[in-house]
Design a binder for this molecule. Structure first.
Ligand code: PRP
Length: 224
C-alpha cells in the first residue's frame, strides 16, 4: 500500500484544518518550521504549501484525512487526534509523541429531559449519531450494549431534537455546543489530544529526517 517517495523528494507533513491549526502553528514554529504566509489564509483554495525548510511541504486536509494520507504513505508526517487514531486503527501509523494540543474529550451526550429518568447501567440497545461509529460500537460492546450508529459528519447536536436518535457521541471541549442544544454529557469515552503521527515505512526508509522531526517537536513540546 506504500507510495513513499524516494529520499530526495520532499517530506510531506499533513495538518488538520480548523481549530487545531491555531495551536499547531506556534508549536511548529518552536520546532523551526514556518509555512509560507498563504498557509494562514483558511479561505485560500491552495492545499499544498512550501515552508522555510526546502525539503518539507505542508498539506492542509480534514482531520480524519490526516490519518489516511499518512497511513498510505502519501504524507510521511502528520498531526492527528487520538480520536481519529482510535477510529481508524491503521497499523501503518506510528504515534510517537503527544503534542499536548487540541485537548478535549470524546463523550456520550443525551437531551437534558432524558437524563433524569435514564440509567445507563440498564441500556441494552442505543441509537447514536456520531462521526465515530467504530469507537462507539466498541465502547458500548465492551459492556454488552448494542449500539446502532448513524454516521454524521457534523452538526450532530441537532440529531436528538429532530428525532434521528436518542444520543450522540462527539468531541466536547468547552461544553458550549452541548449546552446550546439542550444536551448533557452522560459518559466519557476518552481524553483526546493531538499526536505527531508518522508512516512506519517512511520511518524505516528515511530514518534520519523523520527522527529529526520527532526530536525537534519533542523539544518544542518539552519547552512549551
Ligand atoms: C467540535 C465538536 C463539537 C464542538 C465541541 O466541532 O464536533 O461540535 O467542537 O466544542 P465545545 O464543547 O467547545 O462547544 P468543531 O467546531 O471542531 O467542528 P466540526 O463539527 O466541523 O468538527
Amino acid at each position: 500500500m506504500e507510495v513513499a517517495p524516494a529520499a530526495n523528494e520532499p517530506l510531506i507533513m499533513a495538518l488538520p484544518k480548523g481549530r487545531i491549526l491555531g495551536e499547531a502553528l506556534p508549536l511548529l514554529a518552536r520546532a523551526g518550521l514556518v509555512p509560507e504566509p498563504a498557509f494562514a489564509d483558511e479561505d485560500a483554495r491552495q492545499l499544498r504549501f512550501a515552508t522555510n525548510i526546502a525539503h518539507l511541504t505542508l498539506i492542509r486536509v480534514r482531520s480524519f484525512d490526516v490519518a489516511t494520507f499518512v497511513a498510505f504513505g502519501a504524507a510521511q508526517l502528520g498531526i492527528a487526534g487520538n480520536d481519529v487514531l482510535m477510529e481508524f486503527n491503521y497499523a501503518e501509523l506510528y504515534a510517537p509523541l503527544d503534542l499536548g494540543i487540541g485537548r478535549c474529550r470524546l463523550a456520550v451526550a443525551e437531551p437534558e429531559a432524558m437524563v433524569k429518568d435514564d440509567d445507563p447501567s440498564r441500556w441494552s440497545h442505543v441509537r447514536v449519531a456520531t462521526k465515530y461509529p467504530e469507537i462507539t460500537r466498541r465502547h458500548f460492546a465492551a459492556r454488552g450494549v448494542q449500539a446502532e450508529c448513524v454516521k454524521l459528519n457534523g452538526a450532530l447536536e441537532l440529531a436528538p431534537s429532530l428525532g434521528l436518535c436518542g444520543r450522540i457521541v462527539d468531541l466536547v471541549s468547552s461544553g458550549a455546543t452541548l449546552r446550546a442544544n439542550g444536551l448533557v454529557e452522560v459518559e466519557r469515552i476518552a481524553e483526546v489530544s493531538s499526536r505527531l503521527v508518522v508512516n512506519r515505512t517512511a520511518l524505516k526508509t528515511r530514518p534520519a529526517e523523520i527522527a529529526g522531526w520527532i526530536e525537534r517537536l519533542r523539544a518544542a513540546v518539552d519547552g512549551a
